[in-house]
Design a protein around this ligand. Structure first.
Ligand SMILES: Cc1cc2nc3c(=O)[nH]c(=O)nc-3n(C[C@H](O)[C@H](O)[C@H](O)COP(=O)(O)O)c2cc1C
Length: 249
C-alpha cells in the first residue's frame, strides 16, 4: 500500500480530525507535535544558552528502560560551532570517502514499502529545492549544508555509550524527540541529522569525545527562516500501520 495523500493533505487536519463544530481539536501538545518539522533554513538570531539549558532540562524527562538515561550531548554555538562546521565542510569536500559512520542507519536492502517511501521523500525533498535527483553536485551541495547546521545558531552532537544495546537507542530517540518538541514549544525549530555520524573521528578530536561514546546524530536548533511552515513530508494514514482489536467504542 502506498501513502494515502488524501488523508495527509495538511498535517494538522490529517492528525487531529474535526470537532462537531468543525474546528480542529488540537490539544496544546498536538499543536507542538504537528508544528515540528525538519527545518533546513534557519535565521541566525542567537538562542541564549539559558534557553538550550531549559530545553535539555525538560527533555531529560524522556523515559528510558530502568531509567538509565543513556544520552549525552555536546552543545555548540559561536566559534565552537564554526570550528566544527569548517572541519566537516572540508572533509565533505576533500576526503568524504575516508569517513564512515560507526553504525548503519539504513538497511542495505530496504523492503519495498520503505523503499517507496524513501523515493517519495527524495522526490518531494529535492523537488522542493529545485534539484534534479540525478544532479549529484547539487545534491552534494545540499548535503554540505548539514555541516553548517543549516545556518542555525546552535548545534547539538548527540552520542551514546557504545557498550549499550539497541534498547538504549530507543531511549535515545525519545530524548532526541523531546529536545525537538521542547524547542518547538519555545517557537524554535530543529533538524535531527544522522549526517554527522559519518565524521565521528573529526568530531571526537574537536570535541574531546571519549572512545566509549559513539556519535549518533546532530540536531540543529534555531528560529526557522520561514515562519508558520509545516513539514513537506506526508505520513501514511493510521490504517497503514495500526491494527485495532477488541474495541467496543
Ligand atoms: C534520526 C534522524 C536523522 C535524520 N538525519 C537527517 C539528516 O542528516 N539531514 C537532513 O536534512 N534530515 C535528516 N532527518 C530529517 C528527516 O528527513 C525528516 O524527519 C523526515 O523527512 C520527515 O520530515 P519532517 O521531520 O519534516 O516531518 C533525520 C531525521 C531523523 C529522525
Amino acid at each position: 500500500m502506498g501513502i494515502n495523500h488524501a488523508a495527509i493533505s495538511g498535517p494538522k487536519e490529517a492528525v487531529i480530525g474535526r470537532r462537531e463544530d468543525g474546528a480542529l481539536a488540537l490539544s496544546p501538545i498536538d499543536q507542538i507535535l504537528v508544528g515540528r518539522f525538519a527545518c533546513r533554513e534557519f535565521c541566525n538570531a542567537p538562542v541564549p544558552r539559558q534557553t538550550i539549558e531549559q530545553i535539555l532540562r525538560v527533555a531529560r524527562f524522556a523515559p528510558s528502560g530502568a531509567n538509565i538515561q543513556p544520552w549525552h550531548v555536546y552543545v555548540l554555538a559561536g566559534a565552537a560551532k564554526d570550528r566544527v562546521s569548517t572541519a566537516l565542510l572540508d572533509a565533505h569536500q576533500n576526503s568524504r570517502d575516508e569517513h564512515i559512520s560507526e553504525y548503519k542507519y539504513y538497511a542495505s536492502d530496504l523492503p519495498d514499502l520503505y523503499l517507496k517511501r524513501r523515493q517519495e521523500f527524495g522526490r518531494l525533498f529535492y523537488g522542493s529545492l529545485g534539484i534534479a535527483q540525478i544532479d549529484l553536485d547539487a545534491r552534494s551541495r545540499q548535503t554540505a549544508k548539514n555541516y553548517t547546521f543549516f545556518g542555525a545558531p546552535v548545534g547539538l552532537i548527540v552520542t551514546i555509550d557504545r557498550r549499550l544495546e539497541v534498547g538504549s537507542w530507543l531511549d535515545l530517540g525519545m530524548f532526541v524527540q523531546n529536545v525537538m518538541l521542547a524547542a518547538a514549544g519555545r517557537g524554535l525549530q530543529s533538524c535531527p541529522q544522522e549526517t554527522f555520524a559519518k565524521y565521528h573521528r573529526i568530531l571526537r578530536r574537536l570535541l574531546s569525545i571519549p572512545d566509549e561514546q559513539m556519535v549518533v546524530c546532530g540536531i540543529s536548533i534555531g528560529k526557522a527562516k520561514a515562519e508558520g511552515r509545516e513539514t513537506l513530508m506526508p505520513r501514511a494514514d493510521i490504517d497503514e500501520f495500526a491494527t485495532f482489536q477488541g474495541f467496543e467504542l
